[in-house]
Design a protein around this ligand. Structure first.
Ligand SMILES: Nc1nc(=O)c2c([nH]1)NC[C@@H]1CN(c3ccc(C(=O)N[C@@H](CCC(=O)O)C(=O)O)cc3)C=[N+]21
Length: 305
């Protein structure tokens, strides 16, 4: 049976509508406009695309967007000074430092210099610890988006076997914490996992977040399982022909082989149009949440973990 396609793009539009409604209320009733600051160091073309998309969607839901573009050779001290300024700016409720950072900058140090209450990425050690202990925190956007789609599809996740492939601080680890919080039995698998195929075959929920194009084949998927594909990999697509400069055209694929996995899965997220759009929608959701907390106001319903 062919899998239900989980429409992340459509879901994200619904999340953005809820965010926009809450932003409108904050303006009307409290005279507050939530603000999101995005800091980009260097000129990585993919990062520039994402930052532009974030800025556009931020203003579309009625929030203020502040972009800080810094030279690739910006010193650590200068970057810390920018973050310190944003930490102390009352019009800024959320701060995102686009990753990866150029190699001369200490990523951990930079992440932990963002005020935890404004850390809409949820990467600060304080938020990581709060999430791990089941306390109120800022939750990383990609795992939060995955959780929202899983809850929507399953209702309750209680007792389900979840296998997260990938152990990054950005996706794998926080995803596992969220699934555990919803009473799944959670396995974190990774490149050294023995018999990965057998581990994945036990899963009712598979979250693939390894960054390797189409590495999960359909025969690893239990009949009827839900597959969440976090991967965004650009691969060559010779069938599309050549670009004007003579190089081969490309296309986006996930970490799972969509065609074979969708033959076995009960539900699956596509790439593009799955997890990616939800990540940005959750960034906007986190910014409203941060704004409400900063002002001692009720948080929006259904937009937090
Ligand atoms: N501090 C930080 N926080 C992030 O959240 C963060 C980051 N750094 N660095 C880069 C990654 C990447 N990321 C994406 C968000 C949306 C799509 C997205 O919407 N993708 C579309 C396709 C876009 C396309 O066509 O290229 C889709 O999947 O449908 C992708 C990738 C957030 N990131």
């Amino acid at each position: 049976m062919a899998a239900t396609i989980i429409d992340g793009k459509g879901f994200a539009a619904t999340v953005r509508e809820k965010v926009a409604a809450h932003v409108a209320r904050l303006k009307d009733e409290n005279g507050i406009t939530p603000g999101l600051a995005v800091v980009l160091v260097g000129e990585d073309p993919a990062s520039q695309v994402y930052v532009r998309a974030k800025g556009k969607q931020t203003t579309e839901v009625g929030m203020n967007s502040y972009e800080h573009k810094l030279e690739a050779d910006t010193s650590e001290a200068d970057l810390l000074a920018v973050i310190d300024k944003l930490n102390n700016d009352p019009t800024v409720h959320g701060i995102l430092v686009q990753l990866p950072l150029p190699k001369h900058l200490n990523e951990d140090l930079i992440i932990n210099s963002v005020a935890p209450a404004k850390d809409v990425d949820g990467f600060h050690i304080s938020n990581v610890g709060l999430l791990g202990t089941g306390q109120k925190s800022m939750v990383p956007c990609t795992p939060l988006g995955c959780l929202m789609m899983l809850r929507d599809h399953h209702g309750s996740l209680s007792g389900l076997n979840a296998v997260v492939i990938g152990r990054s601080n950005i996706v794998g680890k926080p995803m596992a914490q969220l699934l555990l919080g919803d009473s799944c039995t959670v396995t974190i698998a990774h490149s050294r996992t023995k018999d990965l195929a057998d581990v994945v075959r036990r899963a009712d929920i598979v979250v693939a977040a390894v960054g390797r194009a189409e590495m999960v084949p359909g025969d690893w998927i239990k009949q009827g399982a839900t597959v969440i594909d976090v991967g965004i990999n650009r691969i060559e697509a010779p069938e599309k022909g050549l670009k004007e400069d003579g190089s081969v055209k490309t296309r986006l694929v996930g970490d799972v082989d969509f065609v074979s996995c969708s033959e076995r899965a009960g539900a699956i997220t596509p790439v593009p149009g799955g997890v990616g759009p939800m990540t940005i929608a959750c960034l906007l959701a986190n910014t409203v949440t941060a704004c409400c907390r900063a002002n001692g106001l009720a948080e929006p319903e259904g937009l937090t973990a």
